[in-house]
Design a protein around this ligand. Sequence first.
Ligand SMILES: Nc1ncnc2c1ncn2[C@@H]1O[C@H](COP(=O)(O)OP(=O)(O)OP(=O)(O)O)[C@@H](O)[C@H]1O
Length: 310
Amino acid sequence: MSATPVPAVDVSGLVKRFGPTTAVDGLSLRLDQGTVLALLGPNGAGKTTTVEICEGFLRRDAGSVRVLGLDPATSGDRLRPRVGVMPQGGGAYPGVRAEEMLTLVAACAANPLSPAWLLDVLGLESARRTPYKRLSGGQQQRLSLACALVGRPELVFLDEPTAGLDPQARRLVWELVAALRADGVSVLLTTHVMEEAEELADHVVIIDKGRVVAEGSPRQLTAEQPDAARLRFRATPGLDTSELCAALPNGCRIDEPSPGAYQLSGRVDPQVVSAVTAWCARQGVLAEELHVGRRSLEDVFLELTGRELR
Ligand SMILES: Nc1ncnc2c1ncn2[C@@H]1O[C@H](COP(=O)(O)OP(=O)(O)OP(=O)(O)O)[C@@H](O)[C@H]1O
């Protein structure tokens, strides 16, 4: 009989307070080896705090945390060679050149990847000799990612790895995360971009105010009755939707979960779309960002918390 593998990250009942603020409030999550977990939540939800505790950079107030079976609060020396960290916002000595920085980090690893190769893969070839402070924000992000990966870690923590990246660079990071997963590396990433979680993660943990509000695979979280679709649009906040409600078929409901964001749930057919746009025309408002589709993680978050992710 084979033994169950140790989870890459196992957090249970985690609590962290900063003075009167409870940043993490009894949070539990588990990242299985070789999988990708996305910690999704709005600003201030407690994502960075959770990750920094797992990285061993912050002390917890309560709960248990195991990273590759070890406690990061006491086993930092043993974990450092096995774990890659891409902190939010990055940061480095301003004068250090991109390749110098990566070579320096590589020198700490027993069996590093080639810095030159990694710079090439991340599209930083032309910035090799550029001092850190002269790199663009996106280049700094990618260098930070390279530093997290150069030591061939078993597990990587990526805190908002695509924040501030242009679509092309974002796609590059997504491909890299998929490649890491294919190589059996475990990845815990934070994001408030739901498409990122949907695209990359095996398991999504949605948090708000330091607590888990939902979790599961993206498919589980967005599953609904097969004939149900969503219609969403933006318009002037506070419109009286009673006339529209009366015109909709039974089983359709319209909500305004956050000001100006309207959401219709139920069976969305061409007549329903037409009723909505006709109603908007009568109100003299333009329905912006009109979208019909299946429920997204953004919808799930909105339903659970009444607020938008961004
Ligand atoms: N060093 C600190 N001192 C005081 N309060 C802090 C500190 N670090 C975080 N907090 C507070 O803890 C809460 C959680 O912050 P955290 O940075 O973990 O959230 P987050 O989900 O990562 O947000 P973001 O998406 O903006 O990065 C916030 O209310 C934040 O203001």
